[in-house]
Design a protein around this ligand. Sequence first.
Ligand code: SF4
Length: 350
Amino acid sequence: MESKEAKKDIRSFSIEELEALFLQLGEQRFRAKQVYEWIWQKGAQSFDQMTNLSKGLREKLSTSYIINAIQVDKVQRSLDGTIKSRFRLHDQHLIESVLIPVPSDNRYTVCVSSQVGCSLACTFCATGKMKRLRNIDAAEIVDQVVLVNKQALETFDHPLTNIVYMGMGEPLLAYKSVMKSIERITAEDGLNMSPRRITVSTAGIAKMIRKLGDEEVKFNLALSLHAADDTKRNEIMPINEQNNLEALMDSIEYFYKKTKGKISYEYITFQDFNDSIEDARNLVKLCKRFPVHVNIIEYNPIDGAPFLKSTEHRIDDFAKYLKDHDVTVTVRRSRGKDIDAACGQLANKD
Ligand code: SF4
């Protein structure tokens, strides 16, 4: 019997390649379009679901091709409504996605993963303690969106409104998968969502941020900043050693000029490390070259990390300093802490 792995995933074909394949199989070209819609619009997980194809054609396809759809492995629900899903990939790797509902704002956001593990080893992050095993395919990213959208509809009677690439992994090191997934999520013959509702978050790889600018992408960019001077940033994010703040600011300014996209800084506050007024002063300096929104995020301690969360009082003073210096800022209290679904906590734990 042919092994599952030997079959090619039909989702790796472009529409043109699919049309060529169907002509080769002696089928009409429009059948390719039907299959493409099943895959990318309706999120079909098997050829059997493609009910407008003849049984014979479905069988013919499943002899040589497969749909390596991700499978729900475990779902955890937080008291605050956040839902964390663990998915099993066809090669048995596990990844996580998080649904963050904010009904009062009519906002239902999915946080998707782009790599199995991560190579960047940020000291405060649980994913960074797992080594990077592989990039997640574009189709596997789209699957996360499709399955979590289903969850949002079933649980909250509302579809997803926003997508953030902020789960496991560094999206700009899974560049091809991320770009192709966004193309499929935003395409009219895909999920047809607006790119303005998508945010790609990076730990800061200057060369790739410029590349996004060159490609004039329509989605938003978030920089996981977390420290506003190089010495501190090197300490918690080793990637900063090759991509210092000046290089990052240059690349983001370039991105902004090319795309006019929304830019945000994510800033987790750690007690007595980056939450002083001096730190806030340094942060203000990084907010002057282009319009940027700062999200201050409450830290969720993980096992083995040397940090504590800042007190409410320190966070309030820090945010006030930014506001007083004309920086737009939101303080985000953490969501899903009780199920390890908050920022920096994704690590496939049971
Ligand atoms: S914070 Fe992001 S980039 Fe850093 S280790 Fe975690 S997943 Fe990787």
